[in-house]
Design a protein around this ligand. Structure first.
Ligand SMILES: Cc1cc2nc3c(=O)[nH]c(=O)nc-3n(C[C@H](O)[C@H](O)[C@H](O)COP(=O)(O)OP(=O)(O)OC[C@H]3O[C@@H](n4cnc5c(N)ncnc54)[C@H](O)[C@@H]3O)c2cc1C
Length: 336
């Protein structure tokens, strides 16, 4: 166990593009590594992915370990597990972090079982204690309390981290790092799933986690038609529509719009909360937004405690005024 050192991040890529969450965990890993006095490694798996390593270094990695193999072109549980297992056994990381994406949530438990260590899923906070152990913080008991979990006896300490919770570092183009090419012998015969065809989901999904502007509606809308107004404002601002769980549970909008502890964690430049009270579980998903505007008719609504700008009033009166003002401003700027 004393051989284990350094913090590793699974640099998840899809179709040759690094997922945002990988940059976010790199930012967190950098902070933890500076506290511990160790290095940050990014594990980059794929086929022809070496060109992505500069960007990982610019966002906080000291070293990028590339496992390049045609069998890693598309994600399969067995090939990726074999590759990460080989990397862990060879490099002996002390900490290994994954994004809590569909891939991370599939891969991390399999790897944990292979290398006989623990795994804390869906962390929303990470820290290092005075003994240098990883503190893995996540909601527990239905979100009613936050648990801090340690893994003192097994290595690596492993966690998946929810997208949108950690802060990505700005790219430092002058940052230098090393690239290690590590070959893992993968055998096609051991890959039990065969990808015959990739069908991109035709369903319209909202990319709340990457949105710069989100306009969210809550129970204060009173009826599903209220989301038409929310959508109009969001479209005008070039943003997307979010929702509270109360609105989702009422069946007014689909659950992929839900922001919060059991919904998505978002970090936009601008978050406009309309008819949302600001329950702790909602705040858990949006309080990292850069600027928060709240529209609520109750001046004592808790949302005003986190809002940078608060408008006390009926959203059905306030939002149309905002829409008119934005349209006027747009018209004026297109004339001049
Ligand atoms: C384990 C657990 C997990 C949860 N996860 C989530 C989650 O992920 N996301 C989430 O959002 N919630 C979550 N919740 C639910 C959460 O506790 C709240 O019940 C929910 O956020 C309330 O939604 P709301 O603010 O839309 O509704 P309400 O709390 O009912 O608030 C409606 C607000 O609208 C205002 N209003 C009413 N009419 C108007 C009007 N005409 N104009 C302006 N304002 C008006 C009211 O003053 C009020 O403040 C969770 C709860 C639990 C127990």
């Amino acid at each position: 166990m004393e051989d284990n050192k350094d913090i590793w991040v699974f640099a998840e890529q899809r179709n040759g593009k690094i997922m945002n969450v990988a940059y976010e965990i790199l930012g967190a890993a950098r902070r933890l590594a500076d506290k511990k006095g160790c290095k940050v490694y990014a594990a980059l798996l794929g086929d022809g992915v070496e060109r992505l390593s500069d960007s990982l270094i610019q966002h906080g990695a000291d070293k990028v370990c590339i496992v390049d193999n045609p069998l890693l072109k598309n994600y399969t549980t067995s090939a990726y597990t074999d590759a990460i297992e080989a990397v862990i056994k060879n490099f002996k990381p002390e900490i290994f972090l994954y994004g809590a994406t569909t891939i991370g949530r599939d891969l991390a438990p399999r790897v944990a079982s292979r290398v006989h260590t623990g795994l804390t899923a869906d962390c929303t906070g990470l820290d290092i204690d005075e003994d240098g152990l990883l503190l893995q913080i996540r909601p527990a008991f239905g979100g009613n309390l936050m648990a801090t979990i340690k893994c003192p006896e097994k290595r690596p300490q492993m966690a998946t981290v929810r997208p949108g919770v950690m802060e990505k570092l700005p790219a430092d183009l002058a940052r230098k790092g090393d690239v290690i090419r590590y070959n893992v012998d993968l055998d096609e015969k051991n890959i039990r799933t065969k990808i015959l065809n990739i069908v991109r989901e035709a369903k319209h999904t909202v990319n709340l986690e990457e949105a710069k502007i989100i306009v969210s509606g809550g129970r204060g809308l009173k009826e599903p038609e209220g989301f038409k107004l929310i959508e109009e404002l969001a479209n005008l601002l070039g943003g997307v529509v979010g929702a509270s769980r109360a609105a989702v549970d009422s069946g007014w909008i689909s659950s992929d719009h839900q922001v919060g502890q059991t919904g998505k964690t978002v970090r936009p430049e601008l978050y406009i909360a309309c008819g949302i009270s600001g329950a702790i579980q909602h705040l858990a998903g949006m309080s990292g937004s850069r600027t928060i505007v709240a529209i609520n008719k109750d001046p004592n609504a808790p949302i005003f405690k986190v809002a940078d700008y608060g408008i006390v009033g009926d959203l059905y009166k306030v939002i149309p005024i905002l829409i008119d003002e934005i349209k006027n401003a747009k018209d004026a700027s297109s004339v001049s």
